[in-house]
Design a protein around this ligand. Structure first.
Ligand code: SF4
Length: 181
């Protein structure tokens, strides 16, 4: 039987390659959209709906969390002026991975990981460290799988897939503070 894994997905663009790789490695990926960082809500809906469409097309199991943007904003308070790849992003990763871990616990699924490492704009070491921290907080009941999806041309494949699927492609990371970049 295939090992189930929760794949936290930030958007359809970043999800295609991680899904394919996890399948190749013998996993059954369950797609989980939990990104209350995305602003404004219209943008959130576009990214979410694009992922839902993709999951339907390829018959992938999909779940989502609520748009808890206010809660996320409170969590990153005081870090608004941090640059991208800075402390605000670390808090943002933690927020989303913690939610993902909770979802994995609810679903009784041991493994979880995230598409976030596919982006060259994100620090993979930070994401691994935070994934490990979350895993420890759950007393290793769940396991964060350290996939650096940007490796082996992962990012390039992701972009090519996005062109093939004619995905909407955003030009900023997600939160209101990243719009200025
Ligand atoms: S720039 Fe991206 S990763 Fe950093 S806080 Fe904003 S949405 Fe999160």
């Amino acid at each position: 039987m295939l090992n189930k894994i929760i794949l936290h997905a930030c958007c359809a663009v970043c999800a295609t390659y991680p899904i394919a790789l996890l399948k190749k490695e013998g996993y059954y990926p369950i797609i989980y959209f939990d990104n209350p960082n995305i602003y404004p809500y219209e943008e959130y809906k576009i990214r979410k709906n694009e992922l839902i469409k993709y999951c339907k097309k390829y018959n992938l199991e999909y779940y989502q969390n609520d748009y808890a943007n206010e809660k996320w904003e409170n969590f990153v308070k005081g870090f608004e002026n941090e640059p991208e790849k800075g402390l605000r992003c670390q808090k943002c990763f933690y927020f989303r991975l913690k939610n993902t871990a909770n979802f994995a616990i609810d679903k009784k699924i041991k493994f979880f990981t995230t598409t976030l490492t596919v982006s060259p704009h994100k620090n993979t070491k930070d994401i691994f460290k935070i994934g490990e921290k979350v895993q420890n907080e759950f007393n290793n009941e769940i396991e964060f799988m350290k996939y650096n999806f940007k490796k082996q041309n992962g990012y390039l494949i992701t972009i090519n897939n996005a062109k093939f699927e004619r995905f909407y492609r955003q030009d900023y990371c997600g939160c209101r503070y990243s719009i200025r970049n």
